[in-house]
Design a protein around this ligand. Structure first.
Ligand SMILES: *Cc1c(COP(=O)(O)O)cnc(C)c1O
Ligand SMILES: [Zn+2]
Length: 429
């Protein structure tokens, strides 16, 4: 076997086919480790570039194009894929101006099949579930993980079981879980409690757990970095800026970047900036306190995708920060929604949590940490249509304590030709 599970704390190893989410020795998080040497000849820029534009499975997926770095050696017939990835990199001048940098590239992970980056982790997670012969898969979710899992479970003929929190589930995400036929359990508890419950229930009932504590999820999410660097012609940007909730993505980025350096695809590491909402900022507090004492928080933010107070991937995220000389910043809901309005207004759009990448860049520029001349790669994690309520309420001025500075207000007209002409300001000259 060229792959195995490794504890990140005590280095204990386990066979790859074990169903484990934590080290049996010490409780530490597990990494999937691959032996890249066996596939060394295929791990080159030119091999990966040669697969761009592939029409055939699996290289038409933006995850499986990098198969040798994702899950080498498995049969293609085991792979459960929706041709995820292949997302665009945008340069939007109004957004760069807003953030205060000359070169801001936004990778839009909302362009994945179910509208968030979670699909990149779900293709690998559900593939592992199939390899293990699992019939049922489960997750706790603020919405996007469940939407994605429900879709991939349907593809793989598995039963998807989703643990949803009692309030503030964005409508688009809830609709997807139901539509894709998952068993939807709405539980009278917040995300962090649901996370505990789903771990206990999955263990008891032998259901495969697909939250990002499952290390196979992170293997797929590494491909965001692989693909972005490929789009940048393998030139490392100065900064990668990403929202942080359960910290799966930040953790995957750290691992993926380090692996790219190890195998020689890139020659230096960027700095990672993880952005949290002020109302859900446990990593920010921990970072600011020099990582001495970790305290979970009771999370509250309009950016529901990152409304998480006790992130499961904490230790892996800290490791990623150490590897990349990274930093953590926090932004207010006002800053998040204003940044979102600017991204939306540029004609691209994203869901609230995603706007942390831009709001955080702006704040770090103002603090002098990111320089105007730095190249910044921001990740837009989810699609605009995921949370229509937050968008409409912002523009209508219906969000408590928020001042919609960038509102695009709806105009009202009577059923009257003259009225409409008057409102539109007459003929264009
Ligand atoms: C899941 C999610 C996040 C948070 O990612 P983590 O890996 O949990 O830190 C941010 N934005 C969106 C849109 C998400 O779906
Ligand atoms: Zn251990």
């Amino acid at each position: 076997m060229s792959s195995s599970l490794h504890c990140i704390d005590c280095a204990q190893q386990y066979p790859i086919q074990r169903v484990l989410y934590a080290c049996e020795n010490c409780g530490g998080l597990l990494d999937v480790r691959h032996d890249f040497d066996a596939a060394r000849a295929s791990i080159t820029r030119s091999v990966f570039d040669g697969r761009l534009g592939a029409l055939a499975f699996p290289y038409n997926s933006g995850v499986w194009r990098f198969k040798e770095l994702i899950y080498p050696g498995i049969e293609d017939s085991s792979i459960v894929s929706r041709m995820e990835g292949n997302t665009n990199l945008y340069e939007l001048p109004p957004v760069a101006t807003f953030a205060g940098v000359d070169r801001l590239l936004l990778k839009h992970e909302g362009e994945n099949p179910t509208g968030s980056f979670k699909d990149r982790g779900m293709t690998t997670g559900v593939t592992q579930a199939r390899i293990l012969g699992m019939g049922r898969v489960a997750c706790a979710s603020t919405g996007n993980t469940s939407a994605s899992m429900a879709s991939y479970a349907a593809h793989a003929n598995m039963q998807g079981i989703i643990f949803l929190q009692n309030q503030q589930i964005a409508l688009g995400k809830l609709a997807q879980g139901i539509a894709f036929g998952a068993t939807c359990l709405q539980i009278n508890a917040d995300f962090d409690r649901n996370m505990e419950l789903v771990r206990q229930v999955s263990e008891k009932l032998g259901i495969y757990l697909l939250n990002s504590i499952n290390p196979f999820r992170l293997e797929g999410q590494k491909s965001i970095m692989f693909e972005a660097l490929q789009q940048l012609r393998w030139q490392t940007p100065d900064w990668i800026v990403v929202p942080g909730g359960n910290l799966g993505n930040s953790s995957a980025f750290g691992k993926g970047l380090l692996e790219m350096l190890e195998v020689g695809l890139i020659d230096r590491l960027p700095r990672l900036a993880i952005i949290q909402a002020e109302g859900a900022n446990p990593l920010y507090r921990h970072f600011s306190g020099g990582f001495r004492h970790f305290e979970p928080v009771k999370a509250d933010t309009i950016a529901t995708a990152i409304k998480i107070g006790n992130p499961v991937n904490l230790q892996k995220a800290i490791r990623a920060l150490e590897w990349t000389n990274g930093i953590v910043e926090e932004v207010s809901d006002q800053q998040i929604m204003d940044a979102k309005a600017v991204i939306d207004g540029a004609g691209v759009g994203c869901e609230p949590a995603s706007a942390c990448s831009v709001a955080g860049t702006k704040k770090l520029v103002e603090r002098g940490i990111i320089k105007r001349g730095d190249t910044v790669l921001g990740i837009l994690t989810g699609h605009l249509l995921k949370d229509p309520e937050a968008t409409i309420n912002y523009h209508a001025g219906h969000l408590a304590d928020l001042n919609p500075q960038y509102a695009n207000q709806m105009l009202q007209a009577e059923d009257s030709f003259d009225d409409i002409v008057r409102i539109l300001g007459g003929a264009q000259t």
